[in-house]
Unconditional design. Structure first.
Length: 89
């Protein structure tokens, strides 16, 4: 019996029809049966630059995000170009 592998994919764009979202969606068909593949689509809800929210009780979406990543065996990050680089957040 094969061990399940958990892969989390993160899109650096919050647009639902972005090319990064399309790329991550297309990767799903290449995943073997023993791979659990989940795309996280809540990036716009995260508090990227507010360190005051990083305490014992962070916002719910941050808790969800951290829990998802803590269970992942691997992470795929797909982000759009922004001014010839990657977005700061």
């Amino acid at each position: 019996m094969e061990t399940k592998i958990n892969i989390v994919a993160l899109s650096g764009s919050n647009r639902k029809k972005s090319s990064t979202q399309k790329a991550l969606n297309s990767l799903r068909k290449f995943m073997p049966n023993h791979v659990e593949y989940e795309i996280y689509n809540g990036i716009e809800k995260l508090s990227h630059f507010n360190r005051e929210l990083d305490n014992d009780k962070p916002p719910l979406e941050v808790q969800v995000y951290r829990e998802l990543l803590s269970k992942a065996d691997g992470v795929i990050i797909c982000t759009p170009e922004y001014i010839k680089g990657v977005p700061g957040v």
